[in-house]
Design a protein around this ligand. Structure first.
Ligand SMILES: C[S@@+](CC[C@H](N)C(=O)[O-])C[C@H]1O[C@@H](n2cnc3c(N)ncnc32)[C@H](O)[C@@H]1O
Length: 276
């Protein structure tokens, strides 16, 4: 009798255990990055195999917390890919100004840098007052950092450079207060932001969004989950609403492609068609 690859069986059992115990569904993550992260946790916990990790996951929620942290790649920065923010400022904002109220959703916001960047841009374009920003992630630890809006002072040099490259109109230092080794983002930016836990793989979408940023999140999912999430994002947008993906992501191979026009190829900005 031919036996399946042991590694694959252990991984599948682990994922089922996580789903049963904690409700997190990792079965549709891209297998390569999933296995890399699982093996990292196995090794750094001094375990001999993935199977040994299963009882630890089942009996120890703190251990699962560690695993969850491994799974959540939080690499991000303010005004990441400045040309994207420049295009939003120069071309998308004009359209947003025509609406009486604006809803923006950052799906997979990590520690919040992308969200504060957007709030700054909207403030400079006179849009922040009439905008509500929803910022979601499935990692509560990241959301706590995002809510506080406190970042290491040493990052301000890079953030300032990005801000200027993105067409920033003021001085980036106007938007934070430096204290010791930290920089706290201005409280008025935070007022229009709602941070919330949301799992793109399992939860419902939002309604009536004028713009959705879901950048550098889909790369971790397999094709099936990417498709599911892209449909959810599409349904959350108003007609003529904007969808913004990460540099390595696109709608090219998705069945939602026909529902969008390419608005900025290089910037990965798509616009939902008027009727789909
Ligand atoms: C690399 S960060 C991207 C942050 C930001 N969007 C950017 O581009 O700089 C990816 C984020 O996606 C989040 N994420 C991964 N899977 C998710 C899911 N199923 N639901 C919600 N957030 C998820 C991770 O927790 C992480 O914070």
């Amino acid at each position: 009798m031919k036996k399946k690859d042991t590694h694959e069986i252990e991984t599948n059992l682990l994922l089922e255990a996580i789903l049963f115990c904690y409700g997190y569904d990792f079965r549709h993550w891209s297998r390569a990055s999933l296995e890399r992260r699982i093996l990292h946790r196995v090794k750094s916990s001094g375990l001999a195999s993935i199977s040994e990790m299963i009882p630890k996951i089942i009996h120890d929620p703190d251990f699962f917390g560690l695993f969850l942290k491994d799974m959540s790649i939080t690499v991000t920065e303010m005004f990441r890919d400045p040309h994207v923010f420049k295009k939003i400022r120069r071309q998308v904002c004009g359209q947003l100004k025509t609406y009486p109220r604006v809803n923006i959703w950052h799906a997979g916001c990590a520690t919040g840098e992308e969200v504060y960047s957007m709030a700054i841009l909207l403030e400079e374009e006179g849009l922040l007052k009439k905008t509500r920003i929803y910022a979601t992630d499935f990692n509560n630890h990241s959301l706590e950092i995002a809510e506080k809006g406190i970042y290491p002072a040493e990052q301000m040099k890079l953030f300032t450079k990005n801000y200027l490259a993105a067409g920033g109109k003021a001085s980036f230092a106007d938007y934070y207060q430096a204290k010791f080794n930290a920089a706290k983002m201005k409280a008025s930016l935070r007022e229009k932001i709602t941070f919330a836990n949301h799992n793109l793989a399992q939860d419902h979408g939002f309604a009536q969004m004028h713009m959705i940023l879901c950048r550098n999140v889909l790369i971790y999912f397999d094709r099936e989950l990417q498709e599911k999430v892209l449909n959810l994002l599409k349904d959350s947008l108003i007609f003529r609403g904007y969808l913004i993906l990460g540099e390595k992501e696109s709608l090219e191979f998705s069945n939602v492609k026909e529902s969008f026009e390419v608005y900025g190829r290089k910037e990965k900005i798509y616009r939902k068609k008027a009727s789909v």
